[in-house]
Design a protein around this ligand. Structure first.
Ligand SMILES: [Cu+2]
Length: 220
């Protein structure tokens, strides 16, 4: 074979690789506590070795203030996502970001505060915050000390929160090696990064937390 023919073959294969869509899977991650029980309200984040082209930002993502609670209490979004805060209570909330972590010493991924007027009739006050860099933050309210929420800002678009059965499904995960990282607002120590493999159309991965979460009733 001539060198010319070889480079033709190489170029041809490259073109083919670019033209074919990378295979992707729907991945369900099941998370358990150290006690073996399903763990709801845990963030799972996948970082594929071959992420492919950038994904469009998520929109819209809404966190409502209802009954002096943030709903949902835990929100996970990819960095770059704009979150709309919407006050459905008939009284004001003064929402602010607070440091996170067991010692409260992790600066919020995004520092902000804003006052949202109480809803009257169908008039609901809303404001948008764009979470541009990965990290975590606690949501609080100047006016209601009991209000607590968490936002996890992911470095990848493959992120979700486990449901009541401790499972989260993430669509369109590129095939190949992935790193799986879990995060719980209750954890004292970071979870280990797990090395997993994704292939086929439907994949189930599992993770076990390094602690046993408390069984709190979920506000809905
Ligand atoms: Cu409030």
């Amino acid at each position: 074979m001539t060198r010319h023919f070889l480079s033709f073959v190489v170029a041809g294969s490259l073109l083919l690789a670019l033209a074919l869509p990378a295979r992707a899977a729907s991945v369900t991650v099941t998370v358990h506590g150290a006690d073996g029980q399903p763990a709801p309200n845990v963030v799972v984040q996948l970082t594929p070795a071959h992420p492919g082209p950038p994904r469009p930002p998520w929109t819209p993502v809404v966190i409502v203030q209802h009954d002096i609670h943030f709903v949902p209490a835990l929100t996970a979004v990819p960095a770059g996502t704009t979150v709309r805060f919407s006050n459905q209570d008939p009284y004001d909330h003064h929402i602010r970001s607070e440091p996170a972590g067991p010692l409260g010493n992790i600066p919020p991924a995004k520092a902000f505060e804003m006052r949202l007027a109480g809803a009257s009739g169908d008039k609901v006050a809303s404001a948008d915050v764009t979470f541009d860099k990965p990290g975590i933050l606690v949501l609080g309210c100047h006016l209601h000390g009991s209000m607590r929420g968490h936002v996890y800002v992911s470095s990848t678009p493959w992120v979700a929160v486990t449901d009541a059965s401790g499972a989260a499904t993430i669509a369109d995960v590129p095939d190949g090696a992935v790193e799986l990282l879990a995060w719980s607002p209750e954890q004292l120590v970071d979870q280990a990064v797990l090395q997993k493999q994704v292939s086929g159309s439907s994949v189930i991965l599992d993770a076990t937390l390094n602690f046993t979460p408390t069984r709190r009733r979920r506000h809905s």
